[in-house]
Design a protein around this ligand. Sequence first.
Ligand SMILES: C[S@@+](CC[C@H](N)C(=O)[O-])C[C@H]1O[C@@H](n2cnc3c(N)ncnc32)[C@H](O)[C@@H]1O
Length: 375
Amino acid sequence: MAAKPDTALKNISVSKFTNQLFTFHKKEPVKTTHQIIFENSNNMADILSGSVDLVVTSPPYPMIEMWDEMFSEQSPEISRALKDKNGPLAFELMHKILDATWSDLWRVVKKGGIVCVNIGDATRTLDGNFALYPNHSRIMSQMLKTGFAALPGILWRKQTNAPNKFMGSGMLPPGAYVTLEHEFILVFRKGGRREFRKDDEKMNRRKSAFFWEERNAWFSDIWTDLRGTVQNLPDSKIRKRSAAFPFDVPYRLIQMFSVKGDTVSDPFLGTGTTLFAAMAACRNFVGYELEQEFRGLIFSGADHIVSYTNERIAKRIENHLEFVKERTREKGEFKHLNRHYHFPVVTQQEKKLLLNQLVSVEKIDENKMEATYSN
Ligand SMILES: C[S@@+](CC[C@H](N)C(=O)[O-])C[C@H]1O[C@@H](n2cnc3c(N)ncnc32)[C@H](O)[C@@H]1O
């Protein structure tokens, strides 16, 4: 039997990435590959066990109406529970569908690898009964049962000024409900801390550093500054319908929890935001998505990602230079200089920091792209 094109992914092996690490030293172009598998992620058979360094994902949210149909198609019991207005049963059955993906993540993630799950809770009135469906705590307990260890997570505050944001009985107690204006980014690790033993691994980790002032903002447990989507990537209706997250959510998490040349995965890829963030951050990518209709959208995004990435890099450097100016005024000279850019940095750890510019993106088959970077 002829091999499915997707099985080519098996060639994206750990050794390939190890080879890529070496190219970071030389003046050769650095390359990454980006693959999408349009199948159900409850069985990610095309990804080798222990081959993924980082997962950044946002599943369909159980008990949010826009996902009822998708869950019901995967289990008729869900459709019955919703018809019977049995909220707790529908909630549990929807999570059982997601559990299969969490369980296969345990297989594909490397020891020391990290999983970040963006999830919001749902509120819903069924048969006149208003209730909160705590998606974040259901996923947290399932991930712990699967074997992952929880790490400190992030509360992503998404303030809204909508006039109808308050629910319930208005100014009359006690039937008014607190407005949900936040989502969670749950963070897990498989096993203990990842080690970087070899010299080339250590060097690559140093080149993957972020700025001190970025650390201070990104490693805060409440994010309030993230909004908007990638301006140049095809956005609009289809992105809204898919509940895409802003580019900065995966872009930040990828810088925080992986190094260049790593493999990032998203088992609920949607419009491809995590794929593009991995590309912009010089990481390889492999993801799953059920809906074939996203293929066109994702591949058309590739036309814009080169300029978008390089603008983002220029902006990060511009922000850093602004920070340098201000801090020099307040605290005087910096102690360290970055080796590549020759600008001041606060710590030793930022001396080798290097942001590789994206040079080109090439479609190499129906579901796969290759990105080339400056070194
Ligand atoms: C919340 S959306 C993800 C949005 C994505 N983060 C983005 O920025 O576009 C969830 C996606 O998961 C997909 N999906 C749902 N169940 C799936 C499954 N079992 N396997 C693969 N994809 C699935 C849906 O089609 C949807 O596109």
